[in-house]
Design a protein around this ligand. Structure first.
Ligand code: BTN
Length: 330
């Protein structure tokens, strides 16, 4: 759409002016179409200065996550080489799945301003209010067997920490297996789903879905999660541009996917350094039980090794259990 391309060109220019003529030539559209796109952007809250003989300059942008904001900085990325930025959707994971089934290529990233049916792990819902969070899913088709991607969510967790650190200068931590924590509260959840070819059981698609609380105020969270959830804005004390977080996150996912699965040692080392669960007494929660154990370490398959009060040890895989602290969420 010309609007996204014009926005991308304006952003590329930074503080400099770009003429309508230059934009029309670069984009292969008429000057009238450039003008129309700029008017449409102004209607959406973009402040675009125009000066005779110099052209246009972008002065201020609303906090929207859209293609025009992302395509420039993501040029050269494999993950994020196609973007689908939506105003609303049931769930970005469900949309990525629909795209996968319709034959979309890997590297597509789906982002939405809100989700009306955001999904969490273990059948939970993921509250996704409009305009404050980053709700993003990547569509991947690694040429691997399903058993070779069991630890993929842990790699994604490291990429999320990398992306947030690059965007905001703070590095969150990981609560095993895939909750991203900042100052003891949940900042982000990850839900990775996969599709298998029905006859051969081959891996057809892998879709990591990431929900980051960016500019949520406490009242944007439902009462039941308010005490254990936080946002980047709450912790940093200032609003954060969601498009900046989106760019850094997709770049981190791109780097991670290029390393997967060969560069396991590096991601395992980072996961171990980021994960706060080992060294703590924890509750292990399944749909039918709740047990206490001591979390010892992360083994070389990203599993959590625990010791039960009777001395028995077990290595737990993601998906088997949820872990809670003894006296609170962490
Ligand atoms: C969890 O903490 O239980 C996982 C939450 C995952 C939420 C993200 S938001 C983007 C993507 N779309 C969804 O419906 N869920 C994931």
């Amino acid at each position: 759409m010309s609007r996204e391309k014009v926005l991308s060109l304006l952003l590329e220019q930074g503080d400099s002016y770009v003429s309508g003529e230059a934009m029309s030539q670069t984009l292969g559209i008429s000057r009238a179409a450039v003008w129309k796109a700029i008017e449409a952007l102004r209607q959406e809250g973009y402040v675009v200065q125009s000066a005779p003989k110099r052209g246009y300059r972008l002065e201020q942008s609303p906090d929207r996550v859209r293609e025009g904001e992302l395509t420039g900085p993501l040029a050269g990325c494999y993950v994020g080489r196609r973007l689908l930025c939506l105003d609303t959707v049931d769930s970005t994971n469900t949309e990525a799945k629909r795209q996968a089934l319709a034959g979309a290529e890997e590297g597509l990233v789906v982002i939405s301003e809100e989700q009306t049916g955001g999904r969490g792990r273990l059948g939970r819902t993921f509250q996704s209010p409009k305009g404050v969070g980053l709700y993003l899913t990547a569509l991947l088709r690694p040429k691997l067997r399903p058993e070779e991607v069991v630890d993929f969510t842990a790699w994604v967790a490291v990429a999320v920490c990398d992306g947030i650190e690059a965007a905001c200068g703070v590095r969150p931590r990981i609560k095993w297996t895939n909750d991203i924590i900042l100052n003891g509260k949940k900042l982000c959840g990850i839900l990775t789903e996969m599709g298998l070819e029905s006859e051969s059981n081959a891996l057809e698609y892998l879709i990591p879905g990431i929900g980051i609380n960016v500019n949520h105020r406490p009242e944007d969270f439902g009462e039941e999660i308010r005490s254990m959830a936080t946002s980047l804005a709450q912790e940093l004390g200032h609003p954060v541009r969601r498009s900046q977080v989106a760019v850094c996150l997709v770049q981190a996912l791109d780097r991670m996917y290029r390393s997967f699965p060969e560069n396991k040692e590096a991601y395992l080392a980072k996961y171990r350094a980021d994960c706060i669960t080992p060294g703590n007494q924890v509750q292990l929660i399944t749909p039918v039980s709740r047990e206490e154990a001591f979390a010892l370490e992360i083994d070389d398959q990203f599993r959590l090794v625990v010791e039960y009060p009777d001395g028995r040890r077990a290595a737990l895989s993601a998906g088997e259990v949820s872990v809670r602290g003894m006296y609170g969420y962490v």
